[in-house]
Design a protein around this ligand. Structure first.
Ligand SMILES: [Co+2]
Length: 366
């Protein structure tokens, strides 16, 4: 779970989606305007310039909120689009002391919510640290699999969060997302048009949803991070294909990893698969180094990129591509966490933590 903000390329594709002239986007810098504000800004410009407005973009026919029920048919398929249920800004940070027993070893940010500064370089892990990453990774895998068994219509994402939280604690680990920069829950649950960082709530899963469950655990001083997208009941064909292709992209990307390979080969591999099948790749989130820290270098971009850096034995990082049906540009909800596609299309994600070995890569969460 690492939000990079909007890239310049994303801004340009947002302009395309909103049918706004590209001058609007080029005048707007990625760092000064985010998410929803950016969209509003673009649309104000758009109306003041009397340009054609896209109804499917900003006003999906009869927008329904997450609790409204009923399926919404649109050109991306047959599923319910989620929308914010509150305009309250931000979230209330969790009561970590009330939720996690004293005997559980907590990461440095757990009580204050502030992660530490990043180290300048990419950590190279020795055999002992890798073994600990493997333990954390294998627990994350087990918890995610438990999450998968809970996915069915009628189950709330709060319920999934509660059960996984208890299971993580029972295994003497800490749920890494809890109070990471104030995140209020123990796992992320991102449903249908939510790209990432969805917050578990009392919405019940519906037949036809897809849901990504993102699990990170902190065990014996090391984090392990994995996620998968599950089908809820009967999902339409475009939804199933989106999920399958995203998983395929992660598998293909892991398959090219070994010492000496440029890190940017990961993004090129993933982008090629997305292009072949007509999907877009989120550029707002990246994979990341992981180990003693939840997030560290290297950043792993999933889109076509020319960043520097070469894989070395002992590097531990995540690969976690997000494919989208329409635009990959996301807007952030008022909760300041949830990022959903700007056009309401669905997004799927899969993630593993891997370590670079002598002649390939091992899935620590596989
Ligand atoms: Co991650």
């Amino acid at each position: 779970m690492l939000n990079l903000g909007l890239s310049r390329r994303s801004l340009l594709s947002l302009a395309k989606v909103a049918h706004v002239s590209s001058t609007v986007a080029t005048k707007t810098t990625a760092r000064t305007v985010t998410g929803l504000h950016l969209v509003r800004h673009a649309l104000q410009k758009q109306s003041s310039q009397g340009l054609h407005s896209s109804t499917s973009f900003w006003h999906p026919r009869k927008p329904r909120n997450a609790h409204g029920g009923g399926n919404l048919r649109n050109h991306f398929g047959n599923y319910t689009r989620l929308a914010p249920t509150s305009l309250r800004l931000g979230v209330v940070p969790p009561d970590v002391n009330g939720l996690v027993p004293d005997h559980i070893q907590k990461p440095g940010y757990a009580l204050r919510g502030e992660p530490s500064e990043w180290a300048a370089g990419i950590p190279i892990n020795g055999p002992e640290d890798i073994e600990k990453c493997r333990h954390a990774g294998q627990l994350a895998k087990k918890i995610l699999e438990l999450g998968g068994t809970l996915v069915k219509p009628g189950v709330s994402t709060n319920e999934i969060d509660r059960i996984l939280h208890e299971a993580i604690i029972a295994n003497k680990a800490y749920p890494s997302p809890l109070n990471y920069m104030g995140f209020p829950k123990s796992v992320c649950t991102s449903v249908s048009n939510v790209i990432a960082h969805g917050i578990p709530d009392n919405r019940c899963l519906e037949d036809g949803d897809i849901i990504n469950i993102d699990v990170t655990v902190y065990l014996d001083g090391f984090h392990g991070d994995t996620s998968a997208t599950y089908l809820v009941g009967n999902v339409d064909k475009p939804g199933k294909e989106l999920v399958e292709r995203t998983k395929e992209a992660l598998d293909e990307a892991i398959a090219i990893c070994r010492p000496g390979v440029p890190l940017n080969r990961i993004g090129k591999t993933i982008q090629a698969i997305a292009d072949r099948h007509g999907y877009t790749v989120s550029e707002q989130f990246s994979g990341h180094g992981i180990g003693k820290e939840f997030h560290c270098l290297p950043l792993i971009y999933h889109h076509d990129n020319d960043e520097d850096g070469t894989m070395e034995k002992g590097m531990v990082f995540t690969i976690e591509p997000m494919f989208c049906q329409g635009t990959a540009v996301g807007v952030q909800w008022p909760d300041k966490w949830t990022v959903a596609t700007a056009d309401g299309g669905r997004s799927a994600q899969f993630e593993h933590t891997i370590v670079i070995t002598d002649n390939g890569a091992e899935r620590l969460t596989g």
